[in-house]
Ligand binder design. Structure first.
Ligand code: RIB
Length: 301
């Protein structure tokens, strides 16, 4: 069984469905508001577990009821929660507006995620890991410390730089697989990414900087993979009717990590990840929308 350690955020998502986003100064009525378990780290951990991975979560919740609920829910998904600390104060929150096109706008309050420090991450969790998955919703110093430990232990890091923050040049060689969307690729490479060829150019910049593999997710277009050995794989997206794209990227990454760790070739892992993300966008909520491996296989058939 694959062994995946996810170090990252855990949030309670407050999701309101709206026809259109309000403009500054405007008050609008939503079509309804729901609470969903979210956070990029937790979503990726649940996606990897539902795709058959053996997953350990390292993160932090607050002392409120949201923290307890998120912990219980993830345990039920089979995620090992022994790496999660409880910090004084509130659990991370995300305020999400989903419009009729299924797009979202998100405002984050980091809460306990911002208190996850280097000392909370024991190296013992990495000893048996095949891959370590990171995002950008915990302090950068914690991510950096994990990347350095992973390098010393020769463990592969999958890094999803979301929300996008500049990556120092000397950090790029610590990243095994960089997974980012078009807008993150544009921000981090400083190049416009408006076509597949633009995405290739942006990805090459990261490879030239020392990253081994880059995956640029291109929404309804699919995804582009390139690596430092010269491989280039374009995986088309599956056409579906999106109702909520929240956590589509997280679903892709978790499923990809689990498939790679199970020994699948990159092409297969990309196809499974693409199918999992396609299913997720047809459902509401973050973790609530993530399919199981059986659902992904049925979809592919
Ligand atoms: O990627 C989606 C996630 O981003 C949401 O679940 C929300 O918590 C924010 O972290």
């Amino acid at each position: 069984m694959s062994r995946i350690v996810v170090v990252g955020s855990m949030n309670m998502d407050v999701v309101s469905r709206v026809t259109n986003y309000p403009v500054p100064g405007e008050t609008i009525k939503s079509k309804g508001t729901e609470f969903h378990y979210g956070g990029k780290g937790a979503n990726q951990a649940v996606a990897a577990a539902r795709a058959g991975g053996h997953v350990t979560m390292i993160g932090a919740v607050g002392t409120d009821a949201f923290g307890t609920d998120i912990m219980k829910s993830m345990q039920l998904q089979g995620v090992n929660m022994s790496g999660v600390s409880v910090k004084p104060g509130s659990t991370g929150m995300a305020y999400i507006l989903v419009n009729d096109a299924g797009q979202n706008q998100i405002v984050l309050t980091e809460g306990s995620n911002g208190l996850l420090l280097e000392d909370d991450v024991s190296q013992a969790f990495f000893d048996k890991a095949q891959v370590i998955v990171l995002q950008n919703e915990i302090p950068w110093e914690t991510n950096l410390s994990v990347m350095k430990q992973a390098k010393a232990l020769e463990k592969k890091v999958i890094f999803n730089p979301a929300p996008a923050v500049r990556i120092p040049e000397d950090v790029l060689p610590l990243i095994g697989t960089l997974v980012l969307n078009e807008s993150e690729a544009e921000y981090l490479s400083g190049r416009p990414v408006e076509s597949n060829e633009d995405a290739v150019q942006a990805a090459r910049d990261f490879i030239d900087g020392g990253v081994r593999e880059v995956i640029v997710t291109l929404g309804s277009q699919g995804s582009l993979y390139i690596d430092n050995a010269g491989s280039r794989i374009f995986t088309p997206a599956f056409p579906v009717q999106a109702v909520d794209t929240t956590s589509a990227g997280d679903t892709f990454i978790g499923c990809y990590a689990a498939c790679i760790c199970s020994g699948n070739p990159v092409e297969t892992a990309l196809r499974y990840a693409s199918a999992a993300a396609a299913i997720a966008v047809t459902r509401h909520g973050a973790q609530a929308s993530i399919p199981s491996l059986e659902e992904v296989e049925a979809f592919l058939r």
